[in-house]
Design a protein around this ligand. Structure first.
Ligand code: LMR
Length: 410
């Protein structure tokens, strides 16, 4: 039978999620998942944070809760707590009441909403993303309809460090009023953030060139284990009086991956402007998803607004970030002991969920095809996938693929 959709072509699977499917269907006993950025325990299993379990148990027995619609902009106790977490309790944006938070379908929903808003109210203009960046950024921006998506230098592959000179140069060359997407901390995929000093230089250029910053904050607290430290970049811009939006995700730091819990937190020049922006964002939300889901937002709000539960959550953040730091050390030590050609210090200097290993596309393919180790072809390793059961195996496999290609690492 013919179809009215006969002209529609299939598109390739999403690289990150496809890797998860391939891993799950692989029956090899030693398979290792270093693909998707989702926390795993030492046993290689997902972790429901104890505080999340506690709150869920309370919620399930609380008969005052129901399944009524939330407001279009979500649960205010959640978006306000999320804003305070991001900006800091004593932020001028909070004390001067010139911010608004709108609940979204996690970080991706917040990004989509921000770009819908920008296109509608600012019109076509250049949008800058880092080179490299999270694989979905370009797609989200492009699907909204922005056509001029440019990359700013971010990564110096040789030095395995942030290319701060290239970054500043590219932003200086950006047309005034361009939108620039910055990752607040734990840069995906490189695991390398600008230093505080470098953030100040970036903020200088953003101000000079009147760029419009949008932060993607997917790892607050998950990166260093310290929620304030991980918010330094955003707070530095806010301190200077810069208007900005931040896409906040609670997938990683609360382990609420499938609850799609996020907020678009906006800092504006005045209370009036914040109220106007909120109304416009609500207008867009209503047309995109009408109103957001309750479960994850209620958990996060309950935890952040209760000192004892919050303290419990901060402990879990430390457990997760410390486990990843340990996995970094363990992998690095093994490669050093083996004398694997190349330099591997970056594995321990990088931060957050990922290590940008420097392995080539071909080396990654061999790791997957021969060793059943799943990782992105750009060499990104999700560090959570490493544990004491597979570290020796992974280190030996990396050693082998590097030696097989005569020690060449990107
Ligand atoms: C990742 O980069 O692996 C995660 O952020 C998951 C995702 O949605 O891509």
């Amino acid at each position: 039978m013919s179809s009215v959709f006969g002209h529609v072509q299939a598109v390739p699977n999403d690289a990150i999620f496809n890797l998860k499917t391939l891993y799950e269907s692989d029956t090899h006993p030693q398979k290792v998942d270093l693909g998707i950025g989702a926390y795993r325990t030492e046993d290689g299993t997902p972790w429901v944070l104890p505080v999340v379990r506690t709150v869920e148990a309370q919620m399930s027995s609380d008969e005052t809760l129901n399944h009524e619609y939330l407001a279009i902009d979500g649960l205010r106790s959640f978006t306000d707590a999320a804003a305070r977490l991001l900006l800091g309790e004593d932020s001028v944006a909070i004390t001067e009441n010139r911010y608004c938070g709108v609940q979204t379908l996690s970080g991706t929903g917040a990004l989509r909403l921000a770009f819908e808003f920008y296109l509608k109210h600012l019109g076509q203009r250049a949008v800058y993303i880092s080179k490299p960046t999270w694989g979905n950024h370009r797609g989200v921006i492009g699907e909204v309809g922005f056509t001029d998506i440019r990359e700013y230098c971010y990564w110096n592959a040789e030095q395995k460090a942030v290319d701060i000179d290239g970054l500043l140069r590219d932003l200086k060359d950006a047309p005034e009023g361009s939108i620039v997407l910055l990752q607040a901390c734990a840069h995906n995929p490189t695991g390398m953030d600008p230093t505080k000093e470098q953030w100040r230089l970036i903020a200088d250029v953003v101000q000079e060139r009147k760029l419009i910053p949008l932060f993607d904050s997917a790892y607050q607290g998950f990166a260093s284990g310290d929620v304030d430290n991980d918010a330094y970049s955003v707070r530095e811009f806010v301190k200077r009086g810069v208007e900005l939006f931040t896409a906040q995700s609670f997938s990683k730091n609360f382990g609420l991956y499938n609850e799609r819990t996020g907020s678009l937190c906006c800092v504006l020049s005045s209370t009036e402007m914040a109220s106007v922006v909120r109304s416009q964002l609500k207008y867009l939300c209503r047309r995109l998803w009408s109103n957001p889901p309750n479960h994850g937002a209620r958990i996060v709000a309950t935890v952040l607004n209760n000192p004892a539960l919050r303290a419990d959550w901060l402990e879990s953040l430390l457990i997760m970030s410390s486990r990843i730091k340990k996995a970094r050390q363990e992998l690095y030590q093994r490669l050093r002991t083996k004398g694997t050609p190349g330099t591997w210090e970056h594995i321990v200097t990088q931060i957050g969920m990922f290590s940008f290993s420097g392995l080539s596309v071909q080396q990654c393919e061999v790791l997957t095809n021969k060793y059943h180790i799943y990782l992105l072809k750009n060499g990104r390793i999700s560090m959570c996938g490493l544990n004491s059961n597979n570290l020796d195996y992974v280190a030996a496999a990396i050693d082998d693929v590097v030696r097989q290609s005569n020690g060449s690492v990107d």
